[in-house]
Design a protein around this ligand. Sequence first.
Ligand code: AMP
Ligand code: MG
Length: 708
Amino acid sequence: MDRVAVLDWSSSGVPKLGKDSIWLGVAQNGQVQAENHATRAAAYDALHRLVADTLAAGETLLLGVDFSLGYPQGFGRALMGDDRPLALWGWMAAQITDSPNNAHNLRMVAAQANAAFAGDGPFWGNGAKADIPGLPRKKPQLTAGLAEFRATEIAAQKAGLRPKSCWQLAGAGAVGAQAMVGLHWLEKLRHAFAGQVAVWPFEQATAPIVIVEVYPALLDQDVAAALAHNPSLVRDALQVQMLAQALQGLAKAGQLAPLFAQPHPMAQVEGWIFGLGHHIALRAALPAGVLPPRLRDDCFAMPQGVNWVPVDQALARLRGALHPVTGTETCPIARAHGRVLAQDCFARRPNPPMPNAAVDGYGFAHAATGAGPQRLPLVAGRAAAGQPYPGVVPPGAAVRILTGAILPAGVDTVVLEEDTALDGAAVVFDGPVKPGANTRKAGEDVPAAAPVLPMGARLRAPDLALLSAVGIAQVPVYRRLRVGVLSTGDEIISSPNQPALPHQIYDANRPMLLALAESWGYQPVDLGHAPDQPEVIAQRLNQGAAEADVIFTSGGASAGDEDHVSALLRASGTLSSWRIALKPGRPLVLAMWQGVPVMGLPGNPVAALVCALIFGRPALSLLAGAGWTQPQGFWVPAAFHKAKKPGRREYLRARLNADGAAEVFQSEGSGRISGLSWADGLVELPDAAIDIGPGTMVRFMPYAGFGI
Ligand code: AMP
Ligand code: MG
């Protein structure tokens, strides 16, 4: 199996995210991800995409679902005279309705199934307030020779697990309800990809897509250990990810076959928990360590013989080497500004939730109006935002209505106040008015359960407005990336609070790099300043590896005698010194220190800033879960002269003059810190040669486009 997906299902009657909602863990290529879906319909779409992608790639998929695929023997026969479990799926598909907003009729269908039995019938449990005739709230005496548990559940009990009966439809972890609103989606999937999907153990597991029943509690001990390590993880997300990883581990090792061996004579009729009896093998197949995976020590290695690398190639290489390194947590939206979404977010309610008035005016039923002058008597009272009109507006009458008021019963159209006159107790206006005029439809902005923001989105102020409007109070986010910053050099004095001798200089890079990290939404970690002494640098890097997820150093990063950062990282065996065809910039040093990536920036503040903006920013964004970033730039006429040689990319400190043309700082000297502050951005000159004079178009990249 090339891919493994594990589905944690939910029978919720309303859209729901987070704990106890639908989670889908997908393992492929040694990576694992968990998606959270607010509705079954959205989860089905995701499954459909996953299956289609898998087939298009010519790959195979094992799909494990956490509800029973069959019922105790005899149920199908008693219900519809057919013992074949997949015939029951068809029956479910015909009876169950399951709306895009998660509303379902499973209790009615259970009551209907019960009616086929003498006495109470097998299904019981009603989580709803209203009684449902034919669906007992308490466990009934079973009749018709039906067992409470399937053979696989009895086997699971013997193994110390506590599976619930599939007849039980209410109460914590009631899997019965989940199966009733799950099987029909699987039936749909089976038909959508007819001939490509097999349901084990009812069918041979030889199709490219194999559906099995799983029991994520098999890995409970390991899930508990991972949660103890990182309490902010969502348990359901972890469960599906870990089971998917374990199954993929077995698949990769060629050890899945024993799990498919015919387990029990009853399995063909009732279904079977995949992996039952094999949980030690499953646990052993879990990858070492806790999510998320760390970067590999050799991830920055350049192929042998590579000399000068063009900027774009270096960026592509960096992009390929990195992936998110932070765990996830839940964050209330009041504190979510700048945070990165760890899951797709779905609307918890539509926006607007109800049809309402878009203007101040008068509301009425369109059907009772026509062309020419209209005179509609007004009902007493009014409809205002937050103050709904309690009555019904009869056809031919109108009601005073204000912007944002929900449309009262009987009203579907609003005429703008300015287009009307009052005539005693009636409103007068010229028809015809368009049906639905001046109203907003329910969900016209965001439909119920619609996706609103994708995983990886960095939340800006307008995003918070959207999340709040659709009823999302908290969001799953990546933990804030911690960025360590260390300056090196014997000549550097940490802070202008301290005296400096003539041969000493104040640290310009560290305040700059710490501020960059902060404006990018990360947690800056000040690792201070180290003299050019390997022991001190090593000790600061140790601190960085413990307190940060990534470390920026500046200074000492070339290959000379005094380049102690590169010497140390070289000695640790993970150094890769990228010679990038870039001005300003010297080699960019990349290495791993105790599992934490280190980016060695040049000491020169101008080069340090350019390298941090061009290489550091997208790298941090990827590590933080927000994906790769491309700086924004736009083309403007130059207001300067320059003849640029071919062979390397150049960035000049620049700003726009009153005419909107780019002027550059008078000196290209890379020690000129004043130029960094004078500028509002950079002009990017291409790798090739170029002759620039006033009016030549050049690409200006404002600091704001770099997020600063
Ligand atoms: P290095 O990369 O260590 O050879 O340093 C290159 C130049 O940048 C030297 O002139 C250093 O003095 C200067 N430099 C290094 N680190 C800093 C810093 N943190 N602040 C200001 N200048 C620095
Ligand atoms: Mg130095």
